[in-house]
Design a protein around this ligand. Structure first.
Ligand code: SAH
Length: 228
């Protein structure tokens, strides 16, 4: 493993330990850390920013969007409790980095991006890197991706003003949804939502975060996310 990757993993572990009282654990799932260690973050950042690819911070990826901080990617992935037979939905493909990390841990990743330039580039790029268990769609992730629902886990990588009802509907019983929630220019909270076997929803605030906003919340199709 390259030394800059080792440094990034050590930085993530340090921040996890530092935030343990908020996140409720002092170490993340070793499988999640191994997956992070296998994905070259360098391959997902613009060429002029490659020297910073392994810093534990967010970076711009064009179109006003960002690739998230590695610690946050690791934490959100851990909160999903991914398993090898899981089908996962990601809203906000962006650079494709988070999808690549998830694809190491689960059976299939479905990822939606609203900006065609980003989503199409991520699809071409991830395929060229050999990631074959990811499917792509350009569209409004507020509506989820009903055709492949329900999902074992759903991750939203842009800040919503509320939990999108379609995403709650498209979550399996026993499933987990991780989403940053907050109004534009206001503090956001990373939220974990769990749906129990009776379909009851439990939510927990994990930690303060700063994500780009989820767009088009008021421009959604208005269905309950389960129509076909
Ligand atoms: N997960 C990405 C980072 C995403 S940044 C990565 O690993 O690089 C947030 C992304 O969400 C942006 O690309 C933005 O265009 C996208 N986004 C914002 N609102 C959206 C919506 N309603 N539907 C789908 N994607 C959306």
């Amino acid at each position: 493993m390259k030394s800059d990757m080792k440094r990034m993993l050590a930085d993530i572990e340090m921040e996890v330990a530092y935030t343990r009282s908020l996140i409720g654990k002092s170490k993340l799932d070793p499988r999640v850390m191994a997956a992070i260690g296998k994905v070259s973050r360098e391959a997902f950042v613009p060429s002029d920013l490659k020297p910073f690819a392994y810093d534990n911070g967010p970076l711009p990826i064009g179109n006003g969007q960002t690739i998230s901080q590695p610690y946050i990617v690791a934490l959100m992935t851990d909160l999903l409790q991914p398993e090898p037979d899981h089908i996962v939905l990601e809203v906000g493909t962006g650079s494709g980095y988070q999808a690549a990390v998830l694809s190491q841990l689960v059976k299939k990743v479905f990822t939606i991006e609203r900006i065609p330039a980003l989503g199409d580039a991520a699809a071409v790029h991830l395929r060229s890197l050999g990631y074959s268990n990811i499917e792509y769609r350009i569209g409004n992730g507020y509506d989820g991706w009903p055709e492949h629902a329900p999902y074992d886990a759903i991750i939203v990588t842009a800040a919503a003003s509320h939990i999108p009802p379609a995403l709650m509907a498209q979550l399996k019983t026993g499933g987990r949804l991780v989403i940053p929630v907050g109004l534009p220019d206001m503090p956001q909270e990373l939220m974990l939502l769990e749906k129990d076997d009776q379909g009851r929803i439990y939510t927990r605030n994990i930690i303060g975060v700063a994500f780009v906003p989820l767009q088009d919340e008021d421009n959604a199709s208005g269905n309950n996310g389960m129509s076909r």
